[in-house]
Design a protein around this ligand. Structure first.
Ligand SMILES: [Mn+2]
Length: 264
């Protein structure tokens, strides 16, 4: 059974707080009765059938080093019995300790990063733990086999230099094609920043970056993946910016679709 984990941590956000509130809002979509519990391929995705809800990580304070240690050790513990973990909530900084734990479980882990942003800054606002830097940290560690970044539309020269330096795969939104799907390798980890979607489809994010993908394009990507998916996260959902839980519902739907893919 897949494990669901809430990661209510947003102290590394550079602009707005709010993603710490995400887990409870996404879980609410499962209970409020507006949507059913099926994925688009007809699979039931239900608590204690498909997944076990492990609750939220409890953070003593907002110290990033202590928080990252707590995240990494929690994920590593959950992965010990061979099950898969899907995390919801948090700013994107949490993906660094999460994926770092996954590299201890999966040899040659490949990462698919869906985002409007590169999150590749060596440091941002003098914060190396920033939500603008998780993939810089991962590439420096050299423990992932490949990084494929899709949907980006805000790259700066500093970030382009990082892409050249590490030789990552890049599918900018302005050039978007689905060809990258055939080159994905397993085992795959999927890090989904909901701001990869156009703000029209997901207003509940801290950074509104126009020109993004549609919900349908994102669903098609996830549904088309043909390699083993070992884990995933859904980050950067900011309930404070949401309208009528529209983005919470996107997060919930993506949670179901990702779980179905992880269960295959
Ligand atoms: Mn982003």
């Amino acid at each position: 059974m897949i494990k669901l984990l809430g990661v209510p941590f947003d102290a590394n956000s550079s602009f707005l707080r709010g993603p710490a509130l995400a887990p409870q809002h996404i879980r609410l979509m499962d209970r409020e009765g507006s949507a059913n519990r099926f994925s688009e391929d007809g699979s039931l995705v239900a608590e204690n059938e498909t997944y076990q809800d492990m609750g939220d990580i409890h953070f003593e304070d907002t110290n990033p080093e202590r928080a990252f240690n707590a995240i990494k050790s929690t994920i590593a513990n959950l992965l010990k019995d061979g099950t898969k973990v899907l995390s919801i909530g948090g700013d994107h900084s949490v993906s660094y300790p999460i994926i770092s734990a996954f590299t201890g479980r999966y040899e040659g882990l490949n990462v698919l990063h869906l985002d409007a942003h590169g999150d590749l800054y060596p440091s941002f606002d003098d914060n190396p733990y920033s939500h603008a830097s998780p993939f810089a940290r991962l590439l420096e560690e050299g423990k992932i086999n490949s990084l494929t970044q899709v949907g980006l539309r805000s790259l700066t020269e500093v970030q382009r230099a990082q892409i050249r330096k590490y030789g990552t795969q890049l599918v900018e939104m302005k050039d978007f094609k689905e060809d990258f799907l055939k080159d994905l390798q397993g085992p795959l980890y999927i890090s989904l920043d909901l701001d990869v979607l156009d703000p029209a489809y997901a207003p509940g994010v801290s950074h509104h970056e126009p020109g993004g993908m549609t919900s349908r394009q994102l669903l098609k990507i996830v549904q088309s993946i043909h390699v083993e998916v070992g884990g995933a996260d859904i980050v950067e959902y900011n309930p404070v910016r949401d309208i009528n839980n529209m983005t919470a519902m996107v997060g919930y739907k993506m949670m179901k679709e990702l779980m179905v893919k992880m269960a295959q």
